[in-house]
Design a protein around this ligand. Sequence first.
Ligand code: HEC
Ligand code: HEC
Length: 412
Amino acid sequence: MKRLVASILFRVRSKCLRTLFSMSFPFFRKPEVGSEWAPNARFPAFRIPASDFDVCPAIVRPHLFFGCMLALFGCSAGPEQIPTVKAPFALALPAHFSPPNLPEDSPMTAAGIELGRRLFYDPILSADSSMACASCHLPERAFTDGRSLAVGIKQRQGRRNALSLANAAYQYKGLFWDGRSASLEEQALIPVEDPNEMGHDWKAVEEALRRHPAYPAWFIEAFGIADTSELTRQLAAKALAQFERTLISADSKYDRVMQGDGAFTELEERGRQIFFDTSEELPQGECGHCHTPPLFTDQTYMNNGLDEAPELASFHDKGRGEATGQYYDNGRFRVPSLRNVSLTAPYMHDGRFATLEEVIEHYNQGGHPSENVDPKIRKLHLADIDKQALIAFLGTLTDSSFVNNPELDDPF
Ligand code: HEC
Ligand code: HEC
């Protein structure tokens, strides 16, 4: 019974909202050059279908606009109130990053981001309601999971290490270790149906979201849909992507020191010089050629010599080659960002290294031979103090205001 009342109230509210949107839109719309300032045909201001009057007749008829405001805020018994203006969200972008490409067909709004955040933390997306996106992308670990290989529903093990989502908005050259996904919207559809991750199917998720007591209203708020039938996986993906674009990490000690606020310790500074090959006396680490600031990745696909391979077809995980079908891409993986790297162990696409010490030792040894291993992977001749210095420098990439930001944390 409670459900029935709630669903009737929801219908009433969504009709009112639709009426309100169609009415108010022309008032906010700028006149096009050469056209008259008049309500346009697509959004007829005063020709509202009769059915819309049926639901809240007494309130709507005399003063359509204020009536609907009343219906939305006054006669609503729902737990959430629906704001009537979809304000564009001004993403706070760090000045020292070049601005990200934002999709034109999904302008960010506060309601869209909030919906995406809820979906991100909600196990409703998994087949047995045991896993959310956040189960493998935990904020306190810079949105990774602390495991070598990801573990999905029913303890099924995946084949790769969970990537950090920090600065995902800036990844233009393909998502995933092999770059097989082109956009955050496209990517967001994948984990739900991956049998080793959330093991669900989108049709069932869409139905669950439509039946849910709160999601329909949140989708209306975010996307102005008129009816629950318009609640689709594509909108869910847009919302998830909007939230993910707010995961910006640009306030580490490194950033502050580079902006003239504070200083590196002696050890960190030594590490910085090795990382960027800037000292005549110290060994050159070559790191900064691939892990290029400010993102600490140049977003290319490289073979950093993890495995010896007599021929490029023999890599166990072909990485980039799997996505492009190119023989010379076998064994290449995306250069990962090193931001927050102290929090994102274990390391590499298969999580083979548990610590940064092991990673540095790998580079120091010069990696393993194969046809396309990058020439910058060579013996580095680092002294113990140099290894410690590199690790200390990597520690300056930790952004505690990012990992502790309550706005990025679980909203439930
Ligand atoms: C079972 C653990 C697991 C779950 C659940 C999961 N992910 Fe992931 N995620 C991973 C792994 C592992 C990778 C790397 C996979 C690869 O490269 O093949 C990844 C990669 C990504 C990437 C690519 C990041 C980049 O920089 O390329 C994004 C974005 C992402 N996940 C978002 C999500 C979203 C959104 C959800 C929920 C809909 C989700 N993930 C659920 C484990 C998980
Ligand atoms: C030729 C380009 C290149 C150079 C030079 C390079 N790296 Fe990498 N780095 C990569 C690639 C590619 C990966 C991912 C490899 C994989 O998982 O298959 C990686 C992975 C890493 C990781 C793991 C990150 C994670 O989230 O799993 C760390 C840490 C790292 N590199 C640090 C360094 C340091 C420190 C140096 C210098 C001593 C360095 N790299 C030099 C290309 C490079």
